[in-house]
Unconditional design. Structure first.
Length: 260
């Protein structure tokens, strides 16, 4: 695999037109094939929440979106870190050169993409300033937020169509509390909570959403620069019904704003 010349660390694994692939920490390419994309994507106005290097923005554009807006928070100090991680978290992001923004700009230029990125927190989404969207992709961000339900409420304010929620689920809770809405509190330092499937559906409902589709669980594969010794347990493989396989357990939901 050939890689782009820049020495930044990449979160997303993105195929570029010159045949190179960004050496991401995670590889969301197979996950995009599992999404039951709504028909409103083609020709639609789409939002990518917490875009990082922009994989989902470029994927929606590739699948025919007319306009893509990506939002993320540029300043690591403004991310929701818990109190004992407030200094170390932003410092760590700078140290490993995983800033939000430069990777998106580099991939956007290489792809000739028209996606527009805004330095904007999900908490600040506003229909007057941001407009309204036909499709919103929200990937692996709720677990990093102090207030995921507020984030869901804010996304609802700008969504006229379908939310594609791609989120991690906790393997232990999936296996041992499969019907009880629950969350593991801070399973890893940069996370707040990881729910089980009923827990996520309860949060969606609290945020004003109706779930219209729940897809099967899957394993997010790590990318070329992912951990050599994944810290997720063998339970993830079992919960994903793929014993022996490693990755991060995830699930996709489609939801629509519940009418007020
Ligand atoms: C684990 S990454 C997921 C990236 C991408 N959405 C995906 O699904 O592959 C979480 C992203 O959410 C962003 N993020 C965290 N807090 C945010 C906030 N309050 N508003 C917008 N984005 C945020 C982070 O900067 C990071 O880019």
């Amino acid at each position: 695999m050939s890689v782009p010349s820049s020495s930044r660390s990449w979160y997303h694994t993105i195929d570029l037109p010159d045949g190179s692939t960004t050496p991401g920490w995670i590889d969301t390419r197979p996950v995009a094939r599992l999404v039951p994309w709504p028909s409103s994507l083609r020709g639609g106005r789409c939002l990518d929440v917490g875009a990082f290097d922009g994989f989902w923005s470029f994927e929606m554009e590739r699948r025919g979106a007319a306009e893509v807006v990506a939002i993320d928070v540029d300043d690591p100090e403004e991310l929701d870190f818990a109190i004992d991680y407030k200094a170390a978290g932003p410092e760590h992001i700078r140290e490993i050169r995983a800033e939000r923004g430069p990777g998106f700009a580099e991939a956007k230029a290489a792809l000739g993409s028209s996606a527009v990125r805004r330095n904007r927190s999900v908490y600040d989404l506003d229909p007057i300033e941001d407009g309204r969207f036909d499709v919103v992709v929200c990937g692996a961000i709720l677990l990093h937020l102090r207030d995921p339900v507020l984030a869901l409420e804010r996304i609802r304010e700008v969504c006229d169509g379908t939310l594609v929620l791609v989120e991690l689920v906790d393997p232990i809770l999936e296996l041992f509390a499969p019907r009880y809405p629950s969350a593991a509190v801070r399973p890893y330092a940069d996370q707040w909570w990881v729910t089980n499937s009923p827990g996520m559906e309860k949060m969606l409902s609290m945020g004003g959403w109706d779930v219209v589709q729940r897809c099967p669980r899957f394993l997010f594969p790590y990318g070329p620069s992912g951990p050599s010794r994944p810290d997720q347990s063998w339970l993830t493989g079992i919960a994903a019904r793929r014993p022996g396989r490693r990755g991060i357990l995830g699930r996709i939901w489609l939801a629509r704003p519940r009418p007020k």
